[in-house]
Design a protein around this ligand. Structure first.
Ligand SMILES: C[S@@+](CC[C@H](N)C(=O)[O-])C[C@H]1O[C@@H](n2cnc3c(N)ncnc32)[C@H](O)[C@@H]1O
Length: 315
């Protein structure tokens, strides 16, 4: 879009700079290119100067080369989360035995973007992987509204608590479970920049006492949704990773961590073993089943905040 306003660029830059915008020149240029009328530009400059994230002001965020629509009040996809996407793409290709785009005769991969927010991760996976069956879900209605605009034709977006709204037919079929869950420890929310603290919903940020509450809930149920050889991927901080990996291992998944200095990103990965443990006796198989039931019961208790939950927080 062409610049709509006679208002000098220097005025806008000065206003943004006074409001504390570090990249005032770049932001001014972006606002001018996004606004369709001088009145719209003035309103956008006001909102940005008042502290609204730039992406919420212009209505989109760049992510993996895509434009992701973001409404005010919805979590803005972070650049670092592109690392989770890269890891997920590599695992998806591995899972399908692909060297690139879908080979003929391959079954369609099932991909779930849990805690999808505006759907950036799902949209990027849909764009990078040919012909996947994509499902996304989030508890926040505004996020779900954005995700429906972003994830691409054919994808399904559900509203609800974690796995609750997903079709039961997905159980045991998910190849890639990407979950960029909230992971800021409650006590550190106050230290976040005002853009996040004041303009992104608490439910998108607050991961509980150590930041891993939602991650633990996602992990506890992941073995029941993942296909054999399928993987869950969750972004954490570097400091949280060891505890997150323990949680993954306890759930019976093969744990692994990947990190990127470039993007300052850490992703913990849990893979469901490709084959059942070899030659199990009937008694062992029964034990497996009981272990599964126990894990489900623990996950439910955790949700209810029983003493087991406290034990899990402080293993
Ligand atoms: C850190 S944001 C990430 C959003 C998105 N995945 C991204 O990377 O841009 C976390 C998201 O988790 C959602 N969320 C938090 N608790 C949830 C729950 N119990 N069930 C479903 N979604 C939840 C929030 O609404 C928010 O959109």
């Amino acid at each position: 879009m062409s610049a709509p306003s006679p208002r000098p660029q220097s005025d806008i830059v000065a206003r943004l700079r006074a409001a504390g915008c570090v990249f005032a020149e770049d932001e001014a240029q972006l606002l001018r290119s996004a606004a369709r009328t001088p009145a719209e530009l003035a309103a956008m400059v006001d909102k940005r100067a008042a502290g609204l994230p730039l992406e919420q002001v212009v209505g989109w965020a760049g992510f993996c080369g895509l434009r992701i629509a973001v409404e005010p009040g919805v979590f803005v996809p972070r650049h670092r989360t592109e690392f989770l996407v890269r890891q997920a793409v590599a695992l998806a290709r591995q899972a399908a035995g692909l060297a690139g785009p879908a080979a003929s005769g391959s079954r369609r991969l099932v991909v779930v973007d849990l805690c999808c927010g505006a759907g950036a991760v799902g949209a990027a996976l849909n764009a990078a992987l040919d012909g996947v069956e994509l499902y996304a879900a989030d508890i926040d209605p505004a996020a779900v509204r954005c995700a429906r605009r972003n994830v691409g034709a054919g994808a399904r977006v559900y509203e609800g608590d974690l796995y609750d709204p997903l079709p039961a037919t997905l159980r045991g079929r998910v190849d890639i479970l990407a979950a960029n869950v909230p992971y800021v420890p409650t006590g550190q929310i106050g230290l976040l920049p005002p853009e996040a603290r004041l303009h992104e919903p608490r439910v998108a940020l607050d991961g509980g006492c150590d930041g891993l509450d939602v991650m633990r809930r996602v992990t506890a149920a992941a073995p029941y949704w993942l296909a054999r050889g399928g993987s869950m991927l969750v972004e954490t901080s570097g400091r949280q990773a060891p505890r997150a990996l323990e949680t993954i291992a306890r759930a019976g998944l093969i744990p692994r961590v990947a990190s990127s200095d470039e993007l300052n990103a850490t992703v913990v990965i849990g893979t469901r073993p490709a084959r059942p443990a070899a030659r199990k006796s009937a008694a062992e198989a029964g034990h497996d089943d009981r272990a599964g039931q126990l894990a489900q019961r623990l996950a439910r208790q955790r949700d209810l905040g029983t003493p087991d939950a406290a034990a899990d927080h402080h293993p």
